[in-house]
Write a protein that binds this ligand. Sequence first.
Ligand SMILES: *Cc1c(COP(=O)(O)O)cnc(C)c1O
Length: 467
Amino acid sequence: MPTNKFSRREFIRRNSLTGLGAVLAPAVLTGTSASGSSSPALPTSSSLAEPLALLGGKPIRSKQWPVWPIWKPEQDEKQLLEVIRSGIWSRATVVSEFEAQWAATLGVKRSLAVVNGTNALIAALAQLDVRGGDEVLVPPYTFIGTVAPVLATGAMPVFVDVDPETFQMNPANIEAKITSRTKAIIPVHILGLPANMPQILAIAKKHNLVVIEDACQAHLAEIDHQKVGTFGDAGCFSFQNSKNLAIGEGGAVVSNDDAFMDRCFSYHNYGNPYGMVSGVIGAGTLIQGTKMRLTEYQAAIGLAQLKRLDAETTTRNTNAAYLKAKIRSIPGIVPYKLYDNVTRAAFHLFPFRYQKEAFKGLPREMFLKALAAEGIPCSKGYATLNNMPYLDDAFRSKNYQKMYPKAMLNFKGYVERNHCPQNDRLCNEEAVWFTQNMLLGTQADMDEIANAIEKIYTQADKLLSQK
Ligand SMILES: *Cc1c(COP(=O)(O)O)cnc(C)c1O
Protein backbone atom coordinates (compact mmCIF):
# COMPACT_ATOMS: atom_id res chain seq x y z
CA MET A 1 0.00 0.00 0.00
CA PRO A 2 2.65 2.59 0.92
CA THR A 3 4.75 1.44 -2.04
CA ASN A 4 1.80 1.89 -4.32
CA LYS A 5 1.10 5.30 -2.89
CA PHE A 6 4.69 6.30 -3.37
CA SER A 7 4.84 5.14 -6.98
CA ARG A 8 1.63 7.01 -7.82
CA ARG A 9 2.89 10.14 -6.23
CA GLU A 10 6.11 9.62 -8.11
CA PHE A 11 4.13 9.25 -11.31
CA ILE A 12 2.39 12.55 -10.81
CA ARG A 13 5.60 14.32 -9.91
CA ARG A 14 7.29 13.00 -13.00
CA ASN A 15 4.41 13.99 -15.22
CA SER A 16 4.18 17.41 -13.73
CA LEU A 17 7.60 17.91 -15.16
CA THR A 18 7.40 16.14 -18.47
CA GLY A 19 3.72 16.64 -19.22
CA LEU A 20 1.12 13.89 -19.30
CA GLY A 21 0.87 14.25 -23.04
CA ALA A 22 4.40 13.04 -23.56
CA VAL A 23 3.83 9.93 -21.48
CA LEU A 24 0.59 9.20 -23.31
CA ALA A 25 1.91 9.87 -26.77
CA PRO A 26 0.87 6.50 -28.29
CA ALA A 27 -2.75 6.95 -27.19
CA VAL A 28 -2.64 10.50 -28.44
CA LEU A 29 -1.44 9.42 -31.84
CA THR A 30 -4.19 6.85 -32.29
CA GLY A 31 -6.97 9.13 -31.20
CA THR A 32 -6.54 12.49 -32.80
CA SER A 33 -7.45 12.30 -36.45
CA ALA A 34 -10.70 14.26 -36.42
CA SER A 35 -10.38 16.87 -33.72
CA GLY A 36 -8.07 19.04 -35.79
CA SER A 37 -6.70 20.66 -32.71
CA SER A 38 -3.73 22.79 -31.94
CA SER A 39 -0.77 21.98 -29.76
CA PRO A 40 -1.78 20.38 -26.48
CA ALA A 41 -1.61 22.49 -23.34
CA LEU A 42 0.77 20.41 -21.33
CA PRO A 43 0.74 20.90 -17.61
CA THR A 44 3.87 22.34 -16.17
CA SER A 45 4.96 21.91 -12.59
CA SER A 46 4.13 25.57 -12.10
CA SER A 47 0.53 25.35 -13.45
CA LEU A 48 -0.15 22.36 -11.21
CA ALA A 49 1.41 24.18 -8.28
CA GLU A 50 -0.66 27.36 -8.91
CA PRO A 51 -3.17 27.88 -6.09
CA LEU A 52 -6.47 26.11 -6.73
CA ALA A 53 -9.09 28.38 -8.27
CA LEU A 54 -11.49 27.49 -5.47
CA LEU A 55 -8.94 28.93 -3.06
CA GLY A 56 -8.46 32.12 -5.03
CA GLY A 57 -5.92 31.00 -7.64
CA LYS A 58 -6.06 31.39 -11.40
CA PRO A 59 -8.41 28.89 -13.05
CA ILE A 60 -6.88 26.41 -15.51
CA ARG A 61 -9.48 27.56 -18.04
CA SER A 62 -11.43 30.76 -18.51
CA LYS A 63 -12.66 30.25 -22.10
CA GLN A 64 -16.24 29.31 -22.96
CA TRP A 65 -17.10 25.75 -23.91
CA PRO A 66 -18.74 24.99 -27.28
CA VAL A 67 -22.38 26.10 -27.18
CA TRP A 68 -25.26 23.68 -27.65
CA PRO A 69 -27.41 23.40 -29.67
CA ILE A 70 -25.57 24.53 -32.78
CA TRP A 71 -27.43 26.65 -35.32
CA LYS A 72 -25.84 27.83 -38.55
CA PRO A 73 -28.26 30.23 -40.25
CA GLU A 74 -26.67 30.03 -43.75
CA GLN A 75 -27.08 26.28 -43.99
CA ASP A 76 -29.86 25.54 -41.49
CA GLU A 77 -32.60 28.07 -42.18
CA LYS A 78 -33.70 27.61 -45.79
CA GLN A 79 -36.05 24.66 -45.31
CA LEU A 80 -37.25 25.93 -41.92
CA LEU A 81 -38.28 29.29 -43.41
CA GLU A 82 -40.02 27.55 -46.32
CA VAL A 83 -42.04 25.50 -43.85
CA ILE A 84 -42.98 28.51 -41.75
CA ARG A 85 -44.00 30.54 -44.82
CA SER A 86 -46.00 27.66 -46.27
CA GLY A 87 -48.46 27.61 -43.39
CA ILE A 88 -48.34 23.80 -43.44
CA TRP A 89 -47.22 23.36 -39.88
CA SER A 90 -48.99 20.21 -38.75
CA ARG A 91 -47.54 16.81 -39.70
CA ALA A 92 -47.02 16.43 -43.50
CA THR A 93 -44.17 15.78 -45.95
CA VAL A 94 -41.26 17.27 -43.96
CA VAL A 95 -41.97 15.00 -40.98
CA SER A 96 -42.08 12.03 -43.38
CA GLU A 97 -38.77 13.16 -44.88
CA PHE A 98 -37.20 13.37 -41.43
CA GLU A 99 -38.50 9.89 -40.55
CA ALA A 100 -37.10 8.43 -43.76
CA GLN A 101 -33.70 10.01 -43.17
CA TRP A 102 -33.59 8.90 -39.54
CA ALA A 103 -34.43 5.31 -40.52
CA ALA A 104 -31.80 5.37 -43.29
CA THR A 105 -29.21 6.81 -40.91
CA LEU A 106 -29.78 3.98 -38.45
CA GLY A 107 -30.13 1.27 -41.07
CA VAL A 108 -33.61 0.33 -39.85
CA LYS A 109 -36.75 -0.21 -41.91
CA ARG A 110 -39.11 2.24 -40.23
CA SER A 111 -39.09 5.33 -38.04
CA LEU A 112 -41.99 7.26 -36.53
CA ALA A 113 -41.46 10.79 -35.25
CA VAL A 114 -43.31 11.71 -32.06
CA VAL A 115 -43.40 14.62 -29.61
CA ASN A 116 -40.58 13.40 -27.35
CA GLY A 117 -38.59 10.40 -26.17
CA THR A 118 -40.89 9.79 -23.22
CA ASN A 119 -43.86 9.39 -25.55
CA ALA A 120 -41.83 7.27 -27.96
CA LEU A 121 -41.40 4.82 -25.07
CA ILE A 122 -45.09 5.06 -24.16
CA ALA A 123 -46.09 4.28 -27.77
CA ALA A 124 -43.68 1.33 -27.99
CA LEU A 125 -44.80 -0.13 -24.66
CA ALA A 126 -48.48 0.25 -25.56
CA GLN A 127 -48.10 -1.36 -28.99
CA LEU A 128 -46.06 -4.24 -27.56
CA ASP A 129 -49.04 -4.75 -25.23
CA VAL A 130 -47.33 -3.88 -21.95
CA ARG A 131 -50.21 -3.16 -19.55
CA GLY A 132 -51.34 -2.98 -15.95
CA GLY A 133 -50.33 -6.16 -14.12
CA ASP A 134 -47.10 -6.56 -16.10
CA GLU A 135 -43.58 -6.04 -14.83
CA VAL A 136 -40.91 -4.24 -16.86
CA LEU A 137 -37.18 -4.55 -16.11
CA VAL A 138 -35.32 -1.24 -16.13
CA PRO A 139 -31.91 -0.06 -14.93
CA PRO A 140 -31.90 2.37 -11.99
CA TYR A 141 -29.07 4.39 -13.53
CA THR A 142 -31.13 6.44 -15.97
CA PHE A 143 -33.26 9.53 -16.46
CA ILE A 144 -36.82 9.52 -15.10
CA GLY A 145 -37.94 9.52 -18.76
CA THR A 146 -37.24 5.77 -18.87
CA VAL A 147 -39.42 4.88 -15.90
CA ALA A 148 -42.30 7.35 -16.21
CA PRO A 149 -43.55 5.61 -19.41
CA VAL A 150 -43.66 2.25 -17.60
CA LEU A 151 -45.93 3.75 -14.95
CA ALA A 152 -47.97 5.51 -17.64
CA THR A 153 -48.91 2.14 -19.12
CA GLY A 154 -49.88 0.89 -15.65
CA ALA A 155 -46.98 -1.58 -15.52
CA MET A 156 -44.61 -2.10 -12.60
CA PRO A 157 -40.96 -1.06 -13.00
CA VAL A 158 -38.51 -3.59 -11.58
CA PHE A 159 -34.96 -2.33 -11.17
CA VAL A 160 -31.94 -4.37 -12.31
CA ASP A 161 -28.65 -3.18 -10.82
CA VAL A 162 -25.87 -1.85 -13.02
CA ASP A 163 -22.30 -2.79 -13.79
CA PRO A 164 -20.40 0.17 -12.33
CA GLU A 165 -17.56 -0.18 -14.85
CA THR A 166 -19.86 0.43 -17.83
CA PHE A 167 -22.70 2.27 -16.00
CA GLN A 168 -25.14 -0.07 -17.86
CA MET A 169 -27.77 -2.58 -16.74
CA ASN A 170 -25.80 -5.69 -15.74
CA PRO A 171 -27.11 -8.73 -17.67
CA ALA A 172 -25.89 -10.97 -14.83
CA ASN A 173 -28.54 -9.43 -12.57
CA ILE A 174 -31.51 -9.81 -14.94
CA GLU A 175 -32.68 -13.39 -14.50
CA ALA A 176 -33.07 -13.13 -10.73
CA LYS A 177 -35.64 -10.37 -11.36
CA ILE A 178 -37.83 -12.25 -13.83
CA THR A 179 -41.24 -13.39 -12.55
CA SER A 180 -44.39 -14.71 -14.20
CA ARG A 181 -45.49 -11.06 -14.58
CA THR A 182 -42.35 -9.92 -16.44
CA LYS A 183 -43.25 -8.78 -19.93
CA ALA A 184 -40.46 -6.53 -21.15
CA ILE A 185 -36.88 -5.34 -20.67
CA ILE A 186 -35.88 -1.75 -21.33
CA PRO A 187 -32.10 -1.65 -21.77
CA VAL A 188 -30.99 1.98 -21.65
CA HIS A 189 -27.85 2.95 -23.54
CA ILE A 190 -27.18 5.37 -20.77
CA LEU A 191 -24.78 8.30 -21.24
CA GLY A 192 -24.63 7.28 -24.90
CA LEU A 193 -22.59 4.15 -24.12
CA PRO A 194 -24.11 0.95 -25.57
CA ALA A 195 -25.70 -1.55 -23.19
CA ASN A 196 -24.76 -5.23 -23.47
CA MET A 197 -27.36 -6.05 -26.14
CA PRO A 198 -26.19 -9.55 -27.16
CA GLN A 199 -26.56 -10.85 -23.60
CA ILE A 200 -29.80 -8.96 -22.92
CA LEU A 201 -31.36 -10.24 -26.16
CA ALA A 202 -30.38 -13.82 -25.34
CA ILE A 203 -32.03 -13.60 -21.91
CA ALA A 204 -35.14 -11.99 -23.42
CA LYS A 205 -35.42 -14.73 -26.00
CA LYS A 206 -35.06 -17.45 -23.40
CA HIS A 207 -37.87 -15.95 -21.29
CA ASN A 208 -40.03 -14.70 -24.14
CA LEU A 209 -39.77 -11.02 -23.20
CA VAL A 210 -40.02 -8.02 -25.50
CA VAL A 211 -37.05 -5.64 -25.66
CA ILE A 212 -37.48 -1.90 -26.00
CA GLU A 213 -34.18 -0.04 -26.27
CA ASP A 214 -34.08 3.37 -24.66
CA ALA A 215 -31.57 4.97 -27.03
CA CYS A 216 -32.58 8.51 -26.04
CA GLN A 217 -28.93 9.36 -25.31
CA ALA A 218 -27.30 7.11 -27.87
CA HIS A 219 -27.73 8.53 -31.38
CA LEU A 220 -25.42 6.67 -33.80
CA ALA A 221 -23.83 4.49 -31.12
CA GLU A 222 -22.97 1.03 -32.46
CA ILE A 223 -22.39 -2.54 -31.41
CA ASP A 224 -20.46 -4.53 -34.03
CA HIS A 225 -21.23 -1.76 -36.55
CA GLN A 226 -25.00 -2.00 -35.99
CA LYS A 227 -26.70 1.11 -34.62
CA VAL A 228 -28.24 0.85 -31.17
CA GLY A 229 -32.01 1.13 -31.20
CA THR A 230 -32.17 -1.44 -33.99
CA PHE A 231 -31.53 -4.57 -31.90
CA GLY A 232 -34.74 -4.88 -29.93
CA ASP A 233 -38.44 -5.09 -30.84
CA ALA A 234 -38.36 -1.30 -30.78
CA GLY A 235 -35.85 1.49 -30.27
CA CYS A 236 -36.74 4.89 -28.83
CA PHE A 237 -34.91 8.19 -29.33
CA SER A 238 -35.16 11.70 -27.92
CA PHE A 239 -34.45 14.96 -29.73
CA GLN A 240 -34.81 17.13 -26.66
CA ASN A 241 -32.59 20.23 -26.59
CA SER A 242 -29.70 18.69 -24.68
CA LYS A 243 -29.58 15.49 -26.74
CA ASN A 244 -26.99 14.80 -29.43
CA LEU A 245 -29.62 15.46 -32.10
CA ALA A 246 -31.46 18.50 -30.78
CA ILE A 247 -34.84 19.80 -31.94
CA GLY A 248 -35.97 21.31 -28.66
CA GLU A 249 -38.50 18.55 -28.18
CA GLY A 250 -39.05 15.49 -30.31
CA GLY A 251 -38.65 11.74 -30.35
CA ALA A 252 -38.82 8.65 -32.53
CA VAL A 253 -39.76 5.01 -32.41
CA VAL A 254 -37.83 2.75 -34.81
CA SER A 255 -38.28 -0.90 -35.76
CA ASN A 256 -37.99 -3.38 -38.61
CA ASP A 257 -41.49 -4.71 -37.87
CA ASP A 258 -44.00 -3.16 -40.30
CA ALA A 259 -47.13 -4.26 -38.47
CA PHE A 260 -45.81 -2.85 -35.18
CA MET A 261 -44.83 0.43 -36.84
CA ASP A 262 -48.23 0.75 -38.54
CA ARG A 263 -49.84 0.39 -35.13
CA CYS A 264 -47.47 2.94 -33.59
CA PHE A 265 -48.40 5.37 -36.37
CA SER A 266 -52.10 4.85 -35.69
CA TYR A 267 -51.55 5.20 -31.95
CA HIS A 268 -49.70 8.51 -32.37
CA ASN A 269 -52.64 9.85 -34.40
CA TYR A 270 -55.69 8.90 -32.26
CA GLY A 271 -55.79 5.31 -33.55
CA ASN A 272 -56.84 6.46 -37.01
CA PRO A 273 -55.82 4.22 -39.95
CA TYR A 274 -52.12 4.09 -40.86
CA GLY A 275 -50.98 6.95 -43.08
CA MET A 276 -53.87 9.26 -42.25
CA VAL A 277 -52.71 12.56 -40.82
CA SER A 278 -54.08 15.94 -39.91
CA GLY A 279 -57.34 17.50 -40.96
CA VAL A 280 -59.26 14.23 -41.34
CA ILE A 281 -62.53 14.06 -39.46
CA GLY A 282 -64.55 10.87 -39.09
CA ALA A 283 -61.55 8.76 -40.05
CA GLY A 284 -62.87 5.44 -38.83
CA THR A 285 -60.72 5.16 -35.72
CA LEU A 286 -59.37 1.61 -35.34
CA ILE A 287 -57.39 1.33 -32.15
CA GLN A 288 -57.13 3.12 -28.85
CA GLY A 289 -54.73 5.98 -29.49
CA THR A 290 -53.58 9.38 -28.45
CA LYS A 291 -51.90 12.29 -30.20
CA MET A 292 -48.12 12.57 -30.38
CA ARG A 293 -47.47 14.21 -33.76
CA LEU A 294 -44.30 16.17 -34.51
CA THR A 295 -44.70 19.47 -36.38
CA GLU A 296 -43.25 20.31 -39.79
CA TYR A 297 -40.98 23.04 -38.41
CA GLN A 298 -39.58 20.68 -35.78
CA ALA A 299 -38.78 18.20 -38.55
CA ALA A 300 -37.05 20.95 -40.56
CA ILE A 301 -34.84 21.72 -37.55
CA GLY A 302 -34.15 17.99 -37.15
CA LEU A 303 -33.11 17.64 -40.80
CA ALA A 304 -30.66 20.52 -40.38
CA GLN A 305 -29.14 18.95 -37.23
CA LEU A 306 -28.97 15.51 -38.83
CA LYS A 307 -26.50 16.80 -41.43
CA ARG A 308 -23.89 17.36 -38.71
CA LEU A 309 -24.62 14.43 -36.41
CA ASP A 310 -22.15 11.95 -37.90
CA ALA A 311 -19.19 14.36 -37.88
CA GLU A 312 -20.06 15.54 -34.36
CA THR A 313 -20.26 11.93 -33.18
CA THR A 314 -16.78 11.26 -34.59
CA THR A 315 -15.39 14.31 -32.79
CA ARG A 316 -16.96 13.22 -29.50
CA ASN A 317 -15.51 9.71 -29.87
CA THR A 318 -12.05 11.05 -30.67
CA ASN A 319 -12.01 13.51 -27.80
CA ALA A 320 -13.49 11.01 -25.34
CA ALA A 321 -10.82 8.41 -26.20
CA TYR A 322 -8.10 11.02 -25.82
CA LEU A 323 -9.43 12.35 -22.51
CA LYS A 324 -9.95 8.83 -21.17
CA ALA A 325 -6.36 7.90 -21.99
CA LYS A 326 -5.07 11.00 -20.22
CA ILE A 327 -7.07 10.81 -16.99
CA ARG A 328 -7.10 7.05 -16.42
CA SER A 329 -3.59 7.22 -14.96
CA ILE A 330 -4.57 9.75 -12.30
CA PRO A 331 -5.14 7.76 -9.10
CA GLY A 332 -8.80 7.71 -8.03
CA ILE A 333 -10.10 8.50 -11.52
CA VAL A 334 -11.74 5.49 -13.20
CA PRO A 335 -13.19 6.35 -16.62
CA TYR A 336 -16.10 4.44 -18.23
CA LYS A 337 -15.47 1.09 -19.85
CA LEU A 338 -17.02 0.15 -23.20
CA TYR A 339 -18.00 -3.47 -23.87
CA ASP A 340 -15.63 -5.20 -26.28
CA ASN A 341 -18.18 -5.31 -29.11
CA VAL A 342 -18.77 -1.54 -29.11
CA THR A 343 -17.59 -0.02 -32.39
CA ARG A 344 -18.79 3.51 -31.65
CA ALA A 345 -20.35 5.31 -28.69
CA ALA A 346 -22.47 8.45 -28.73
CA PHE A 347 -21.03 10.11 -25.61
CA HIS A 348 -24.06 12.10 -24.63
CA LEU A 349 -22.01 12.37 -21.45
CA PHE A 350 -18.44 11.52 -20.51
CA PRO A 351 -18.51 9.59 -17.24
CA PHE A 352 -15.90 8.51 -14.76
CA ARG A 353 -15.87 7.25 -11.21
CA TYR A 354 -14.25 9.43 -8.58
CA GLN A 355 -12.70 7.46 -5.73
CA LYS A 356 -12.07 9.87 -2.92
CA GLU A 357 -9.64 7.59 -1.04
CA ALA A 358 -7.00 8.45 -3.66
CA PHE A 359 -7.76 12.16 -3.14
CA LYS A 360 -6.97 11.95 0.60
CA GLY A 361 -10.67 11.51 1.34
CA LEU A 362 -11.78 14.70 -0.43
CA PRO A 363 -15.59 14.37 -0.79
CA ARG A 364 -16.98 14.22 -4.36
CA GLU A 365 -18.97 17.39 -3.70
CA MET A 366 -15.76 19.31 -2.97
CA PHE A 367 -13.97 17.78 -5.94
CA LEU A 368 -16.83 18.94 -8.21
CA LYS A 369 -16.73 22.44 -6.76
CA ALA A 370 -12.97 22.66 -7.21
CA LEU A 371 -13.20 21.36 -10.79
CA ALA A 372 -15.95 23.83 -11.70
CA ALA A 373 -13.86 26.64 -10.21
CA GLU A 374 -11.01 25.64 -12.55
CA GLY A 375 -13.39 26.35 -15.47
CA ILE A 376 -14.45 22.73 -16.04
CA PRO A 377 -18.25 22.32 -15.71
CA CYS A 378 -19.12 18.96 -14.18
CA SER A 379 -21.93 17.11 -12.51
CA LYS A 380 -22.48 14.25 -10.10
CA GLY A 381 -25.22 12.96 -12.39
CA TYR A 382 -28.28 10.94 -11.47
CA ALA A 383 -29.92 10.47 -8.12
CA THR A 384 -31.28 7.02 -7.23
CA LEU A 385 -34.58 6.52 -9.09
CA ASN A 386 -35.59 3.26 -7.43
CA ASN A 387 -36.73 4.72 -4.11
CA MET A 388 -38.40 8.03 -4.96
CA PRO A 389 -41.95 9.04 -3.96
CA TYR A 390 -43.33 8.98 -7.53
CA LEU A 391 -43.41 5.19 -7.31
CA ASP A 392 -45.44 5.21 -4.11
CA ASP A 393 -47.75 7.77 -5.69
CA ALA A 394 -48.47 5.37 -8.57
CA PHE A 395 -48.89 2.40 -6.21
CA ARG A 396 -51.52 4.30 -4.20
CA SER A 397 -53.64 4.92 -7.31
CA LYS A 398 -56.89 3.04 -7.91
CA ASN A 399 -55.56 1.33 -11.05
CA TYR A 400 -52.49 -0.09 -9.33
CA GLN A 401 -54.60 -1.19 -6.34
CA LYS A 402 -56.82 -3.12 -8.76
CA MET A 403 -54.03 -4.66 -10.84
CA TYR A 404 -51.53 -5.82 -8.19
CA PRO A 405 -51.70 -7.69 -4.90
CA LYS A 406 -51.27 -5.50 -1.82
CA ALA A 407 -47.87 -6.98 -0.94
CA MET A 408 -46.41 -5.79 -4.26
CA LEU A 409 -47.54 -2.23 -3.57
CA ASN A 410 -46.15 -1.85 -0.07
CA PHE A 411 -43.57 0.85 -0.70
CA LYS A 412 -41.10 -0.21 1.97
CA GLY A 413 -41.11 -3.76 0.66
CA TYR A 414 -40.81 -2.50 -2.92
CA VAL A 415 -37.77 -0.37 -2.09
CA GLU A 416 -36.13 -3.34 -0.33
CA ARG A 417 -36.76 -5.70 -3.27
CA ASN A 418 -35.44 -3.08 -5.70
CA HIS A 419 -32.32 -2.21 -3.75
CA CYS A 420 -29.39 -1.70 -6.16
CA PRO A 421 -26.14 -1.25 -4.20
CA GLN A 422 -23.92 -0.70 -7.25
CA ASN A 423 -26.21 2.05 -8.47
CA ASP A 424 -26.33 3.62 -5.01
CA ARG A 425 -22.56 3.87 -5.06
CA LEU A 426 -22.52 5.50 -8.51
CA CYS A 427 -25.25 7.99 -7.66
CA ASN A 428 -24.34 8.81 -4.09
CA GLU A 429 -20.56 8.58 -4.12
CA GLU A 430 -18.65 8.09 -7.34
CA ALA A 431 -20.10 9.23 -10.68
CA VAL A 432 -18.86 12.41 -12.36
CA TRP A 433 -19.97 13.64 -15.79
CA PHE A 434 -18.95 16.07 -18.45
CA THR A 435 -21.59 17.05 -21.01
CA GLN A 436 -21.43 16.21 -24.72
CA ASN A 437 -20.87 19.80 -25.90
CA MET A 438 -17.50 19.82 -24.11
CA LEU A 439 -16.45 16.85 -26.25
CA LEU A 440 -17.00 19.01 -29.35
CA GLY A 441 -14.00 21.09 -28.33
CA THR A 442 -10.36 20.69 -29.32
CA GLN A 443 -7.70 18.38 -27.99
CA ALA A 444 -6.28 21.35 -26.08
CA ASP A 445 -9.67 21.63 -24.34
CA MET A 446 -9.37 17.99 -23.27
CA ASP A 447 -5.87 18.72 -21.97
CA GLU A 448 -7.31 21.46 -19.78
CA ILE A 449 -9.85 19.05 -18.29
CA ALA A 450 -7.10 16.55 -17.50
CA ASN A 451 -4.83 19.26 -16.10
CA ALA A 452 -7.56 20.58 -13.83
CA ILE A 453 -8.21 17.10 -12.42
CA GLU A 454 -4.52 16.56 -11.89
CA LYS A 455 -4.14 19.95 -10.23
CA ILE A 456 -6.87 19.05 -7.75
CA TYR A 457 -5.27 15.64 -7.20
CA THR A 458 -1.90 17.14 -6.34
CA GLN A 459 -3.43 19.72 -3.98
CA ALA A 460 -6.31 17.78 -2.42
CA ASP A 461 -4.80 18.28 1.04
CA LYS A 462 -5.17 22.07 0.70
CA LEU A 463 -8.91 21.73 0.12
CA LEU A 464 -9.25 19.43 3.08
CA SER A 465 -7.38 21.72 5.46
CA GLN A 466 -9.55 24.65 4.24
CA LYS A 467 -12.99 23.49 5.28
C1 LIG B 1 -34.10 12.27 -22.55
C2 LIG B 1 -34.39 10.87 -22.15
C3 LIG B 1 -35.67 10.32 -22.18
C4 LIG B 1 -36.89 11.11 -22.51
O1 LIG B 1 -36.81 11.85 -23.64
P1 LIG B 1 -37.60 13.25 -23.76
O2 LIG B 1 -37.49 13.59 -25.18
O3 LIG B 1 -36.92 14.21 -22.85
O4 LIG B 1 -39.00 12.96 -23.35
C5 LIG B 1 -35.82 9.00 -21.84
N1 LIG B 1 -34.78 8.25 -21.49
C6 LIG B 1 -33.54 8.74 -21.41
C7 LIG B 1 -32.41 7.84 -21.02
C8 LIG B 1 -33.31 10.07 -21.72
O5 LIG B 1 -32.07 10.56 -21.61
